[in-house]
Write a protein that binds this ligand. Structure first.
Ligand SMILES: N[C@@H](Cc1c[nH]c[nH+]1)C(=O)O
Length: 400
């Protein structure tokens, strides 16, 4: 028996068909918004990615040696590839750059995950100067979910700059332990860690409140009132306001203890969840990553897990409209007819068996609505078992 390596899957059937539908629909949507497809390299040089991700994330990268002896990892993050591409291929006069992708990322799974690879579809908007980039990316995320019919999904908003500001007086090791505890929602551990923090007074009280700062948009105002520099939360407040104006208020949650563990975010961040609580993906603002390449300006984007989208979307595997039985005619005549149908965007399947009865049974099993005998120029509407001519099929099926 042929096995897959642990953590790897060959996906077929309805799920694979849905993944392809979702990928096509989203890449088309992104192109309408001016995003250009980008095809990144499968290997990344370790030296280029190591310091740009959080230690926890970097440790999960999968090392490989390239045939030319360069120490690499299997691509663990597409955002890093997009930034590297921008830095290497575009001058400032060409900014902002809008990139879209549908590709795989690889990492050692952190339990409860067990998969080594994940297919992501997403966008990056890089090198913007003005307000609006955060709202563009987040609104596009909602549009993407709506387009796939994942309408009862919710988006959780947080802000990395808020946490960085509150953790700034703490030793580096303690602040990353606190961030880890928050990202794992381990609030008891978080409180215990705070007990050892060299802090007292107002700052300590504020840090203790972080896990409670979640709810609707009003939470942002509540947190701003506690800060001596409320301006830190202005980008999040603006983003939240724009999304509410677009009608997404019901599907928004604010959680100021929310952390994305990639390590490169520098502003508003978000995760999208399905109605049954599955994580569909997320993203946010990562200006610092651009700055590390010597590039100024804003950067924002998101990546969605294609397999999760496909399992939650409304799309169904499409059955052929017609099965074309070619057993009673010349192959070239059948192929000519098939070609004409394809030009009319009709879904069909060719059936080459010589046995007409087996062909009809197969067509029924596969959910085909019509079965056509191209040699006899006759047709059968399978659901009603109604005999017709090929012309009837064309009139009825091709007119709608
Ligand atoms: N690369 C991020 C998603 C993202 C895209 N842009 C910004 N963030 C991830 O894998 O989760």
């Amino acid at each position: 028996m042929i096995r897959n390596p642990k953590g790897c899957d060959n996906i077929g059937g309805a799920l694979a068909a849905n993944m392809e539908e979702c990928r096509g629909a989203l890449m088309h949507l992104f192109s309408l918004y001016g995003y250009h497809p980008f095809s990144p390299a499968e290997f990344q040089l370790i030296e280029d990615v190591w310091g740009k991700l959080s230690t926890a994330r970097a440790r999960r990268l999968i090392p490989v040696m390239s045939p030319l002896g360069e120490p690499c990892v299997l691509r663990g993050d597409l955002t890093l590839s997009a930034v590297a591409y921008l830095a290497g291929h575009h001058t400032q006069s060409e900014w902002p750059l809008r990139l879209s992708y549908a590709d795989r990322v690889y990492s050692v799974p952190a339990p409860p995950k067990s998969n080594l690879e994940e297919s992501q579809v997403g966008v990056e908007l890089i090198g913007c100067d003005d307000e609006g980039a955060d709202a563009e990316a987040a609104a596009l995320l909602f549009r993407a979910l709506d387009l796939l019919g994942i309408e009862n999904s919710a988006v959780v908003l947080g802000d990395v700059s808020f946490l960085s500001y509150l953790f700034s007086p703490l030793p580096q090791a303690l602040s990353s332990e606190l961030a880890d505890a928050l990202s794992e929602r381990a609030y008891t551990r978080y409180s215990a860690l705070l007990g050892s923090a060299p802090l007292s007074g107002e700052r300590l009280r504020l840090l203790k409140r972080i896990p409670l700062l979640k709810g609707n948009a009003a939470v942002i105002g509540e947190a701003m009132a506690l800060l001596d520099d409320p301006g830190i939360l202005m980008p999040l407040r603006r983003l939240c306001g724009e999304l509410c104006s677009l009608g997404y208020e019901r599907r928004l949650r604010v959680d100021l203890s929310f952390v994305r563990d990639l390590g490169y975010y520098s502003g508003p961040i978000y995760n999208a969840y399905s109605a049954d609580g599955a994580l569909l993906g997320g993203g946010g603002r990562y200006d610092g990553l651009l700055a590390a390449e010597g590039i100024g300006g804003q950067a924002v984007g998101f990546g969605l897990n294609l397999k999760e989208l496909a399992s939650h979307c409304a799309a169904q595997q499409r059955a052929p409209l017609v099965t074309l039985w070619c057993g009673g005619c010349k192959s070239s005549d059948a192929l000519r007819y098939a070609d004409a149908l394809s030009k009319k965007d009709v879904l069909f399947e060719l059936s080459w068996t010589r046995d007409a009865e087996a062909s009809r049974a197969g067509a029924k099993r596969r959910g085909s609505r019509w079965w056509a005998d191209l040699g006899a120029k006759s047709a059968l509407m399978l659901a009603r078992d109604r005999a017709a001519s090929l012309k009837d099929f064309e009139e009825e099926a091709l007119s709608c």
